[in-house]
Design a binder for this molecule. Structure first.
Ligand code: B12
Length: 213
């Protein structure tokens, strides 16, 4: 039997190749995909988030862990989908707002959310309000995440939120905002539903907004 703690370790250490190998071995042993995700992979990402917040690891390690998580999920999700198992606990569209090309933080937030069981549709950088509205509508997303790293692009977050009101979708989607210059006060001012300053706390915020324990 495969030692499944190795899957936890592979994700924690950001070793995509090992994560894929162990995932395949575990499946060959008859392991349930959902059990692998819940008992080992999500726990590993939780530990990654904790270490990042405590500055025990840094951005490269966080990105590598996210990649390893994604690599295993790419194997498991099609199997779960074909067996009709619920593969996600909520859908999130995320992107960096118009005029802003910074995406490292957004990618971390996306990986962490994905690692914690959400389906994440990352629409990229430099996105205008129409793209956000279109994407949330197309995917019927529960949450929209907006990222901005520049004081000059931050105000565009309000433009996006207003566009949702204009499209009659504001009460259909929770909107969270983040990025180094963004604060809880600014989030409240522009009418966002939530704000987080780290990838880990973004997961907590999203769960709270969706009433997930
Ligand atoms: C890397 C970087 C770049 C890279 C971006 C590469 C990339 N692919 O992202 C490049 C070189 C392209 C770049 C370009 C520019 N940059 Co720059 N950049 C940075 C730098 C050094 C690091 C940003 C970063 O990745 N941090 C690490 C991540 C992990 O942190 P984070 O982004 O804050 O994300 C965390 C949280 O904020 C939060 N979060 C982030 N997004 C979201 C979203 C949601 C929904 C939630 C809930 C949470 C959340 O969670 C994340 C994880 O913990 C910062 C300085 C700094 N220390 O912030 C300057 C900085 C942001 N850049 C700056 C500037 C000025 C520019 C340029 C204008 C420079 C120029 N003259 O060309 C251009 C602008 C380009 C553009 N149009 O966007 C300034 C902004 C100043 C200001 N007040 O607006 C900064 C602060 C540097 C400085 N001190 O002057 N930059």
């Amino acid at each position: 039997m495969t030692d499944l703690s190795l899957l936890y370790e592979a994700i924690l250490k950001g070793k995509s190749k090992s994560a894929v190998e162990i995932t395949n071995l575990a499946l060959a042993d008859g392991a349930e995909p959902k059990m692998l995700i819940d008992e080992y992979m999500i726990k590993a990402m939780g530990e990654v988030g904790r270490r990042f917040e405590n500055q025990e690891i840094f951005v490269p390690e966080l990105l590598m862990a996210g990649r390893a998580m994604k690599a295993s999920l790419n194997i498991l999700q099609p199997i779960m989908k074909s067996s009709g198992e619920k593969t996600s606990i909520g859908k999130i569209v995320i992107g960096t707002v118009k005029g802003d090309l910074h995406d490292i933080g957004k990618n971390l937030v996306a990986s962490m959310l994905e690692g914690c069981g959400f389906e994440v549709i990352d629409i990229g950088i430099d996105m205008d309000s129409d793209k956000f509205v279109e994407s949330v509508r197309e995917h019927n997303a529960d949450v929209l995440g907006l990222s901005a790293l520049l004081t000059t692009t931050m105000p565009y977050m309000k433009t996006v939120i207003d566009a949702f009101a204009d499209a009659g979708l504001r009460d259909k989607v929770k909107i969270i905002v983040g990025g180094a210059p963004v604060s809880a006060g600014f989030a409240a001012e522009i009418g966002a539903d939530g704000y987080s300053d780290t990838a880990n706390s973004a997961v907590t915020t999203v769960k709270e907004l969706l009433g997930i324990k």
